[in-house]
Design a protein. Structure first.
Length: 152
């Protein structure tokens, strides 16, 4: 693939109105073609061959445009991408020593490259999903207890 690969887009690099309009058009297309596994994208002139992309790609593209339309940046990360301990800690918003404790206690799988630890993006996101579910469940339990005690 010629050219530079872009892994992230800053919100100031995109016209939010254009992104919002494009996302809306993609969503409208997907809604009007619910059974189609492929989406056909025609150029504004209509004379060129249609660009055919998988439906899941069109959905992801609409989500990216939604974020950009709301003035938020986006970053695309392959699931199997390997992160350093500092990158993983930054993504979880924890300290690096705390993350290393999670790794050593086997709460997040990792592999060693020499003496360095590497965590897959997918493993990190799975840990984050589990922690979010546990946190949400604990908050629900606390709300139920507060209601039982008449504090809420």
């Amino acid at each position: 693939m010629p050219g530079k690969t872009i892994g992230s887009i800053n919100p100031e690099d995109v016209d939010a109105e254009v992104a919002e309009r494009a996302a809306r058009r993609i969503r409208d297309y997907l809604a009007s073609h619910p059974g189609d596994d492929l989406a056909e994208v025609l150029g504004e002139t209509g004379d060129d061959d249609a660009l055919v992309i998988p439906r899941a790609t069109a959905i992801l593209f609409a989500q990216i445009l939604d974020h950009l339309g709301q003035g938020r940046g986006v970053q695309i990360m392959p699931r199997e991408a390997e992160l350093t301990t500092q990158q993983a800690a930054d993504m979880l918003n924890v300290s690096r020593p705390y993350l290393i404790g999670l790794l050593e206690s086997r709460k997040i799988p990792f592999r060693k490259v020499g003496r360095h630890r590497r965590i897959t993006f997918e493993a990190l996101m799975e840990y984050k999903r589990q922690e979010d579910l546990e946190r949400r469940s604990a908050a629900d339990d606390l709300t139920d207890l507060s209601e039982e005690l008449g504090l809420y």
